[in-house]
Structures are given as structure tokens and as C-alpha cells.
Design a protein around this ligand. Sequence first.
Ligand code: ASP
Length: 338
Amino acid sequence: MRFLFSVLFSFLLIQCAGEQQIAATTSSSFGIVIHGGAGTILKENMTPETEKAYRKTLAAAIEVGHAILKAGGTSQQAVEKTIHVMENSPLFNAGKGAVLNANGFASLDASFMNGETLDAGAIAGVSHIKNPISAAIGVMDQSPHVMLSGKGADQFAMELGLDTVPNAYFITERRKNALKRVQDREQNKFAFYDPFIKDSKFGTVGCVALDKNGNLAAGTSTGGMTNKKWDRIGDAPIIGAGTYANNASCGVSATGWGEFFIRSVVAHDIAALVEYKGLDIATASKQVIQKVEDLGGDGGVIVLDTKGNVAMEFNTAGMYRAHMDAEGNLSVKIYKGE
Ligand code: ASP
């Protein structure tokens, strides 16, 4: 009996040690995670060259942020500079390469939140700011407000001395063709219920970073939805819907069908489940994405906590995503099940 007891006891000890080891390997003193949009991203619709270009740009973007964190920079700096790489790439629906509204123009939204101070900034419906994420940070750091929109936000960015460009800078052939396809199909259907049109918003970008001081930051930048009308604004610039960061819980950036992400207050809902219910970030993200799905929406989130744990949850066929931990281990993924 005593023998049996000691065998059982040693077994339990080994189990506990094993679990601790697992916890230790998933924790990281700093880390960074990004997304480049979620949607019907299928291998059969992708050429090897396009897939390679996405993977390369995701890696290049995350490496910029990782180098900043490694050198002791803040999570705010890492998020801003990482998002710049994706905003400057025509591949993503943010900055250059943003999707076009019904009038054929790019109209951009972005938001940022600091998890240490809970300071936040956002801009919506801007037409000339080259890197919208920097304007969102500018609103946070250099104005008494949280959210600016339209011409006023463009004006604010100019006054700050941020780079501004003609709207044509953002417009690419690919997005012009997408707008034409959506408008052609719209002739005979109600836009949001056409799966093709519903899928016309991929490529929003986002980043969550944890720096060596244990501070989280999150940012999101997008052109919104192809053929959007009436100055439609999605979830990306809404603090609590598309972006949220709080050192007490986690940092979140979302992508997907914005209307549902606003109604589900996705980013804050995940953080609230972690803070108030003690859920881990993976369970909390699954629960909230399920809520979006139950309402009829789709998309995904990237989440990072102060231990460096990462969750990348989505209910679409794919989500452009990448993660890099303190040791520099890089993972870049596109499809579900990868
Ligand atoms: N969430 C963005 C919006 O609705 C689009 C996207 O993430 O693809 O504006």
C-alpha cells in the first residue's frame, strides 16, 4: 500500500513538473503577434508567388517589431513600426492597397491602445494620412481626445507633421478591380448577403506586442470594406471592438466583418473574460469568436497576455498571421489547420 502510494505520489510530482514546464515554454519575457486579415483565404485561390509574398511581408513586419522589443523599445514603438510595414505594402487592406469605398476612394481607419496606462487613440474615415496608425497614436499622445474623424483628422495629422499623400497613393489596380466586381454584383443582390461581397474586406492589419517592461500595446489599421457607403466605419477604429489592451488582462486586435465585431464588442469582451472570469486567452477568444459566429459574422483575433502567451482564433478559412517570441522563434501562417 505504502509502495503504491509512493508510486502514485511520484507520478503526480512528475505530472506537476511536466505542466510547469509546458507553462514555462509558452511564457515569454517579450513577444509580438500580428495579423493581416481573415477571410476565405484558400490555398487553391492563391498562386505560389502570392503566398510567398504574403509570408515574406508578414515575416519582415514582425521582425521590425521584434528587433525594437529585443533592444528594449516599448510595445507602443513595436506596434507602430510593425504596422507601418504592412500599411506600406500593397498586399494588405491598410494604407497603400486599402480597399475602395463606393466612390472609388480609400478611406482609412486605425486605432491604438496602451495596456499600461489605458490611453487610446483612433482616427476614422481619413483620406490622406500615409500611416494611419501613427495618426491614431498622435491622437492619443498629442490631443485631449480619443477619436478624430474625416477632414479634421487629416488636418490634425498635417499639423502634427505626419506624412500625408494624395488619395491616389493608396489606390491599386487590384482594389479597383475588386470594387468593380462588387458593384457589378450589387446590381441584383443585397450587398451584405452576397458571400462574395461579404468577403470583400480582407487584409486589415493588426499587431499586439509585449515589451521587456511587461507592458502590452495593440493597434489595428484598415481600409474597411470594399464599396462601403455613407462614410461607413467598421470596428477597427473602435476601442473595445477592434482594438483593446490592458496589462491586467491582454492585448487584442481584431479583423473581420466589422458590424458584428462592433455589436459583440469583441476586443474588450475577450479582455473582460480574462480579467473578470480568469479565463486563459485561448478559451476567451474561442468563446467570443463563437459569439460573433452565432450572430452570423466572421473574422478573427490575435491576442497576447503579459506572460507572452499567444492566441490566434478565427472562424474563417484563413487568417494571415505571425508570432515571434523572446527567443526569436518565428511562426508565419495563413490557412486554417496550419
Ligand atoms: N474589420 C474591418 C472592417 O469591418 C475589415 C476587416 O477586418 O477585414 O472595417
